[in-house]
Design a protein around this ligand. Structure first.
Ligand SMILES: *Cc1c(COP(=O)(O)O)cnc(C)c1O
Length: 385
């Protein structure tokens, strides 16, 4: 199906509806029914069924990775990755992310150590990692925020030098490549989220990518109570299996993901050309050699130059029934469970704090019309006239 069709289906019921930051990628309902029929016929609805196996196979191929394990959401693969790699002590991570990144460290009774980010990408700044390493550090957990690839080479160099594991939270980076290579092939493990708000969705869902058959075996045990056979439990695993219905939803959505990403790219280009001359509004450009997925369109508001604060612009858009989101404000490091950590200070996290204070993610999703995008641009430009 083309993007055009997505537009038509949406505009039919779109009039006067609020424009939200995202809208789920929903395949045509009638195409989902035959998948459900198959599941009903088989009477096998979870526990590594045919749909689950097929989705793992197709995703590995689509993403260009060798070993992938499906999960019931995008948080449990992060928690499981830390367990599978037997991480101890301190984990270096970014405060500029969704809170699940740090929660996964907390759930393993490890210490998060927050390090500042690069203003251009929003990602962990490799230059600041080494000074945060102590004799307790065993891993780095960066995030490819907004789908912008981290400086994977620099991070790997530091990890090799200090004998640290690298776990990438790649929740935003479905389909992202650098120089034709999947971003998911860097580090020891990468994780994906297929939550409804993400570019590719299985309603709720996620996955873990690793680089050996042995590690995949270990992960698959850990996501199924630690069962290694009918009567053998090898670890205190959790239950984080994806069921057949969501795996089927994922198989169907794979047919639409390329059109959806192409549509998102078009919207990003409209925003960029529309906002390029607006004083005080900064946005991120495509990076050299990177295949982007356009999962978010963050803008950063310079109050003085723009003549309005970020929050006032956020409210102005709301008054027009347009709902941007301030991803990622507040920083994870300023939430109650984490604000007392020694690394959680504004001095230590100056750039992340600045981004968090300036950011609004504008609506972007397959099916958002040119008219809607142009309306948003018009509202944002009006101020500068
Ligand atoms: C969405 C998200 C997660 C968690 O994914 P769920 O599927 O909602 O559990 C983790 N990390 C980041 C950066 C996310 O955006």
């Amino acid at each position: 199906m083309s993007c055009q069709n997505l537009n038509i289906r949406r505009s039919a019921y779109m009039n006067n509806k609020p424009i939200t930051v995202t809208s789920p990628l929903l395949p045509p309902l009638e195409e989902f029914i035959p998948y459900l029929q198959k599941i009903w016929d088989s009477k096998w609805i979870t526990n590594n069924g045919d749909m689950h196996k097929e989705l793992e196979r197709q995703l590995a191929k689509y993403l260009g990775v060798q070993y992938i394990s499906l999960f019931t959401n995008g948080t449990l693969p992060l928690i499981t990755a830390l367990q599978a790699l037997e991480i101890e002590g301190e984990v270096i991570t970014t405060p500029y992310s969704f809170v699940a990144t740090t929660h996964s460290i907390w759930w393993n009774k490890l210490q998060p150590v927050f390090v500042d980010v690069d203003p251009k990408t929003g990602n962990l700044d490799p230059k600041k990692i080494e000074s945060a390493i102590t004799d307790k550090t065993t891993a780095i957990m960066p995030v490819h925020v907004y789908g912008n690839p981290c400086d994977v080479e620099a991070i790997q160099k530091i990890a090799d030098k200090h004998n640290l594991k690298v776990i990438y939270d790649a929740a935003h980076a479905f389909g992202v490549k650098i120089n034709g290579q999947s971003i998911l092939n860097y580090g020891d493990i990468s994780t994906l989220s297929f939550h409804a708000t993400k570019t590719y969705t299985t309603v709720e869902g996620g996955a873990l990518i690793c680089h050996s058959a042995e590690m995949k075996q270990k992960i698959d045990h850990l996501k199924n109570f630690g069962f290694a056979g009918e009567t053998t439990v090898v670890a205190p695993g959790i239950n984080s299996k994806m069921d057949e219905i969501r795996a089927a939803f994922g198989l169907l959505n794979l047919k639409y993901i390329d059109a959806a990403i192409a549509n998102r790219k078009h919207i990003a280009q409209l925003y960029r050309s529309g906002l390029s001359n607006v004083n005080g509004i900064r946005f991120m450009e495509d990076m050299n050699g990177v295949t982007h997925n356009y999962s978010y369109f963050p803008i950063f508001v310079d109050t003085e130059k723009y003549g309005m604060t970020r929050d006032d612009l956020y409210e102005l858009l709301k008054a027009h029934n347009i709902y941007g989101r301030r991803y990622f404000y507040p920083l994870i490091s300023s939430f109650e469970p984490y604000k007392h950590y020694p690394s959680a200070t504004i001095q230590n996290l100056y750039t992340a704090s600045k981004l968090a204070d300036e950011v609004i993610c504008l609506p972007i999703y397959a099916g958002l019309s040119d008219d809607e995008v142009n309306t948003i641009i018009k509202i944002m430009k009006h101020l500068n006239d």
